[in-house]
Design a protein around this ligand. Sequence first.
Ligand code: OSB
Ligand code: MG
Length: 370
Amino acid sequence: MKIEKVALREVSMHLKQPFETSFGVTHNRRIVLVELLADGITGWGEVTACEGPYYNSETTDTAWHVICDFLAPAIIGKCFDSAEALAAFMAPVRGHEMAKAALECAAWDAEARSRNVSLRALLGGTLDSLPSGVSLGIFKDTGALLDRIALELAAGYRRIKLKIKPGRDVCVVKAVRNAYPNISLTVDANSAYTLQDAPTLKQLDEFALDYIEQPLGWNEIYQHIELQRQLRTPICLDECIHSLRDAQAAVETRACGVINLKLGRVSGHTEARKIQDYCRQKGIPVWCGGMLEAGIGRAHNIAMSSLPGFVMPGDVSASKRYWDEDIIEPEATITSQGTISVPKGSGIGFEVKRGLIGKLTVRSREFLLD
Ligand code: OSB
Ligand code: MG
């Protein structure tokens, strides 16, 4: 594929409800969309970085900078055999996984469309219906959280994940577990604890959680080994895993028993595919995490989650939980069984609403062949 155009647009999208984690509250998302033209065919990608560097080190603005000043100028006019070859070409840029992933994912979409196959088929996905879970932010009022859980369960969602932080952990989990003794329940700390908090985290063993997600440092595999020794509940790593090598290091040292796989965090489908394959061989369950994506990022998550290593419900939920109007058509929906169907159409299998994107765009930049 010859890269003929890279168009970037930053869209501003208001979340229906604010989302609070241990690292902050998000009301509004600033999302960079990548439109890549290769051999006359368009592919779409989405940068999944947060607005501030509190989840990982990337932000909306660092991704804009790295794509505009390094990646887009380097790939424009070049020919690649495949999206995988494009991923290899971008590897010399250190870190900035989410910036690279947006281009890499757009190239996978374009490659699938050029072969007139679904992205699922191109990736080698086997599942056509994905069990879906929800990630619920920190609520000030536990009663309101319980009401919200009732709504999500009534909508069919198969797993409830609670964001926790010191002071909003054991008491909240206890209340939810008492109200719902049998649901699949997990927690996500987004790195809010240290090893000194092990006694608090051990108390969570009592509540039959499927896993405790990323309790310790965002880039800290080593201390999770010690914590996992002390816990019965499996640790699930999110922030720590940037590559297959990280996944191997974490699994082989027993720092975790579960992995949350996010496309942006591992620089795209090429690496994500390797990680899920490795985990499947090792018997480590994988699920697809979310980053409050708009429709394009969500569509890529759906395609990725069709791979056979994805054996636990993901954080990939319906568009309408986040947005009044999503940027894809049809929007992502769930069935009453709490599943999302993987589309069969070519590429990501959703249409992109250019008119709506135009209205939401706050800045744009284009790279063209000379
Ligand atoms: O840790 O999984 C996380 C959102 C932003 C940053 C990090 C995380 C999250 C979520 C939300 O948990 C998942 C979603 O619904 O998209
Ligand atoms: Mg997480």
